[in-house]
Every structure is written in C-alpha cells, then in structure tokens.
Design a protein around this ligand. Structure first.
Ligand SMILES: NC(=O)C1=CN([C@@H]2O[C@H](COP(=O)(O)OP(=O)(O)OC[C@H]3O[C@@H](n4cnc5c(N)ncnc54)[C@H](O)[C@@H]3O)[C@@H](O)[C@H]2O)C=CC1
Ligand SMILES: O=C(O)[C@H]1O[C@H](OP(=O)(O)OP(=O)(O)OC[C@H]2O[C@@H](n3ccc(=O)[nH]c3=O)[C@H](O)[C@@H]2O)[C@H](O)[C@@H](O)[C@@H]1O
Length: 437
C-alpha cells in the first residue's frame, strides 16, 4: 500500500516511519527544504528515542522517501495523512491555514480517488472545511472525482512516540464512508493484530475526542497542582495523597504528578482552543478556564519558593537550573515552564546557569546568551546559591550530592518535580523544598 504523510514534524515523521516499519510504502512531504534534505540523508531534526535508527532502516529498505513536492507523489498514493502544525492564532483558536493549504494542493492535483486523513489536532468542523476546499478546487478544474475525508487524531507523547504509535491504547478514527473505514482498518490492523482497538465514529466526535483527551489530562495535572499547594499549607504530603487516590481504579495512577505546570506544544494550545470553540458556540468552559489559570500560576511555584527562602532578597543570587525541556526525553521547549522561570530570575537580577541533556541548542536558539550554558550538570551548580530541578531527566535522579555540596556556595535545592527524598536531602545537609510537601 502506498501512502503520503504531509508535514514531517514530531507527529508526521513518527507516523510515516512507523507505517514504513510495518511494510507500507511511505512518502513524507514537507515544505521545509532543509528538513527534507537532512531527512534524505537520515539526519533527523528532532530528539526522539529510537527514531533515527528506524528512519535509517526504512530509508535503506526503500519504504521511506522524502520530498518537498506533494504534487509529485499525490497520484501515486491512495491515502494522504495531513500532520501539519495547527498553532494557536492570536485569539487562542487553532490556526488552520496549513491544513487548508494542504487540502488545496490536493484538490488542485488529484486525478483519482483519495482518502484524505487529518492527523493534526483540529477543531470540530475542520474535516468539513477540508472537504469543501478540495471540492472547490475540483470544481474549478471541472472534474468529478470521488474522495473521502477522515479524522484520525494522534495521541502519542513526545519522548515515547514510537512505542505509543506502535502499540496504542486505542486508535480513534472518524469516517463517513465504508470505503474509508476499510482503508483505515487495513492500515491499522498490523499494529493491533491480536487486539483490534480502532474505535470508529463520526468525524465531529473524533475531532472532539482529541481535545477532550488532552483537556482531561491537563485538568488532572492542574487539579493535582492545586491539591499540592494546599497540602503545603495544611502540612500534608502530596506524594502520599497521590498514591492514596491513584490506587482507586476509578482514578488511576497516571498523570497525577504535581510539578511546575504543564508545557509542550499541545496541552496549552489545545486547552485554549477548546475554550475558544466553546466561546464561539456561546458556551463557557469554566473548568478549563480554571485549569489554565492554575497552570499559569504554577509556573511561578519554584520562583516563589526562592523568594520565600531569601525573604525577598534574591538580587545577585547564582541559580543553577537542571532541565530546560518541557519534559524529559525530548529537546522540545515549546511552552516550557523553564522559559517562564528564567525570565523571572533574570528580571529579579539573578545569575542563571543552565544544563539540559538535549535542549541546550534549542534554548540558545530561543533566548541566546542571556544565561550561562554549563557543560554538564556539575558545571551548572558551580558556586550556585540554589539548585532548581526543572525537568526530571533520568541522569538527575541520583547525582553525587557529596560533590555538589562542595561545589555550591549555599546548599539549597528546590525540586520542581518531586524526584528527591526530603529526609535524605536534609541528612546530606541541604535545605530542600519540593512541590506539595
Ligand atoms: N507534538 C506532539 O507530540 C503531538 C502533536 N499533535 C498535533 O499534530 C500536529 C502536528 O504537530 P507537530 O508534529 O508537533 O508539528 P511540527 O511543527 O513539529 O511539524 C509540522 C510540520 O509541517 C510542515 N508543514 C507546514 N505546512 C506544510 C505544507 N503545506 N506542506 C507540507 N508540510 C507543511 C512544517 O514545515 C513542519 O515541519 C498539530 O496539530 C499537533 O497539535 C498531536 C499529537 C502529538
Ligand atoms: O497532543 C499532544 O501533543 C500530546 O500531548 C501530550 O503529550 P506531550 O505533550 O508529549 O507530553 P506529556 O507527557 O503529556 O506531558 C505534558 C506536560 O505535562 C506535564 N505533566 C505530565 C504528567 C503529570 O502527571 N504531571 C505533569 O506535570 C509534563 O511535565 C509536561 O510538561 C499527551 O500526553 C499526548 O497523549 C498527546 O498526544
């Protein structure tokens, strides 16, 4: 089977490579020429565990190709997945210009049946717009060609993308025709041979499912951050509370970790977009507005602890930051809480030394040389008054505290991800504070 994937970002590249891995003939398309030239050589533009080997293997097997021209491969393929970006518009709603541009190119160039699948996260009604744009282009060309549109939102997590895609909890597919349903079943069957978990539904429900899923996960995080903040005030330990409530199977253990707020390219943008969709339909998403508000405040949690620790006198303090990415196992810094923290620290006159195993280049690209980029985690804490743990990378979990203690000017650790043990840290001689304890 031959398919095209348009957009070779986190989602498109993983989708294309995973389909190639199960034997599909895949052409990945992107308008970014540099990206495509690198990919042709097997150099991948993102940090994602296991992806590079898989890309190289499938290029070698000639199942994975890259091009900047959708036109050139369009009439060779039956199914086109669109995985281009849907960034937030100025008012928070999803910007559909890339999605509709892809639809227009398809309408202008297709000569026989196509199934056009939207994988990007898009608001309800987008598939209808995609269909209308393609039809408009076909009408201009005076052609009467049958085509289907489908919605197949993606639920992979960065850092775990390949395994999420290869063995998903479920695949959600919105379709309008039997032909489309058959094609999508055929494509996903190899991933789910012994336990077929493709949930077929109407297209608006599939589009809505994606926003509801991300919003539910964001809600759990903000709820736990609220609980954590209250735990601190009343003398409870949120880690205990988390384990106490998480063992109720109705609640479950996942996504209950308090921290310094959720970031990334999706939770912030998708929560905003759903609030906007409701607004456009005369409804108010009260819970989600609170989720957003709690998250914005939570990004300041470590800074507030720092201010409290020094009774407001933080000017000139040396602060070491471990972690920059919005979560471990990725170099992605979109909406990363670290950026908000760095801003606050610099504005207050602190000196900031940072270290992240994967995001140093990305951070330089975003903020330049306004902070010191340490060569490793130990270099970052040199003469530091305070160490702030921002992203819970594995290599930060069991550091050599004896070395760190000697290196730091003052022994203060503020843990934004609750990965250290308070008692142990105090025994080592550190002043230690985390979230919700
Ligand atoms: N990043 C993630 O973990 C997840 C993202 N999503 C959704 O998937 C969509 C894509 O997200 P990412 O992969 O993170 O975006 P990205 O920004 O990493 O990649 C998008 C790619 O599309 C390309 N592009 C834009 N217009 C194009 C066009 N007309 N033709 C060909 N290529 C074009 C861009 O050059 C870019 O390489 C978004 O809607 C996002 O919300 C869904 C699940 C997970
Ligand atoms: O639509 C998307 O793009 C994706 O968004 C999230 O995936 P991702 O953003 O890659 O990362 P997560 O692991 O969900 O983490 C998001 C943020 O929440 C924070 N988080 C997560 C879990 C938790 O318990 N506590 C918490 O603060 C993380 O630190 C991170 O900043 C969803 O988990 C994916 O299912 C979805 O496909």
């Amino acid at each position: 089977m031959k398919i095209a994937i348009v957009g070779t970002g986190y989602v498109g590249l993983v989708t294309g490579t995973c389909f190639a891995e199960i034997g599909v003939d895949v052409t990945c398309v992107d308008t970014n020429n540099d990206k495509i030239e690198s990919l042709k050589k097997g150099i991948i533009p993102i940090y994602e565990n296991g992806l590079e080997e898989m890309v190289l293997r499938n290029i070698k097997a000639k199942r994975l190709k890259f091009t900047t021209s959708l036109e050139s491969c369009l009439n060779d393929v039956e199914v086109i997945f669109s995985a281009v970006g849907t960034p937030p518009d100025e008012d928070g709603s999803a910007d559909l210009s890339y999605v509709l541009e892809v639809a227009r190119t398809i309408g202008r160039n297709m000569n026989q049946y196509k199934l056009i699948v939207t994988k990007s996260t898009v608001p309800v009604g987008t598939a209808r717009k995609v269909r209308a744009v393609i039809q408009e282009e076909l009408d201009k060309r005076g052609l009467n060609i049958t085509f289907d549109v489908a919605s197949n939102p993606e639920f992979l997590k960065e850092g775990n993308a390949i395994s999420d895609f290869m063995s998903p909890d479920r695949v959600v597919v919105g379709v309008e025709s039997e032909r489309a349903e058959k094609l999508m079943s055929k494509l996903y069957k190899p991933f789910l041979l012994n336990n077929f978990r493709v949930i077929f539904m109407d297209i608006p429900s599939a589009e809505m499912t994606k926003y509801a899923a991300n919003s539910m996960l964001a809600t759990r995080i903000s709820f736990m951050n609220d609980i954590a903040n209250l735990c601190e005030l009343v003398g409870a330990d949120v880690n205990m509370v988390r384990s106490g409530i998480g063992s109720d199977t109705r609640i479950g253990r996942k996504f209950l970790y308090p921290g310094i707020g959720y970031g990334g390219s999706c939770f912030p943008k998708d929560v905003k977009a759903l609030i906007k969709t409701a607004e456009q339909n005369g409804y108010t998403m009260r819970v989600l507005s609170a989720v957003e508000e709690v998250n914005e405040l939570q990004k300041g949690a470590l800074f507030d602890k720092l201010v409290k620790q020094f009774n407001g006198n933080i000017e000139g303090k040396n602060i070491a930051l471990w972690g920059l990415a919005f979560k471990p196992e990725t170099d992605d810094m979109r909406e990363a809480p670290s950026l908000v923290l760095i801003d606050k620290l610099l504005e207050a006159g602190c000196h900031v030394r940072v270290y992240d195993p994967a995001s140093m280049e990305e951070c330089k690209r975003r903020i330049g040389d306004i902070v010191y980029y340490a060569c490793d985690m130990y270099d970052a804490v040199l003469d530091a008054d305070v160490l702030m743990l921002v992203t819970e990378w594995k290599e930060f979990r069991l550091p050599s505290w004896a070395v760190i203690k000697k290196t730091m000017a003052q022994q203060i650790v503020l843990d934004g991800r609750n990965i250290y043990d308070k008692k142990e840290m105090e025994e080592f001689g550190f002043i230690y504070s985390c979230i919700g304890k």
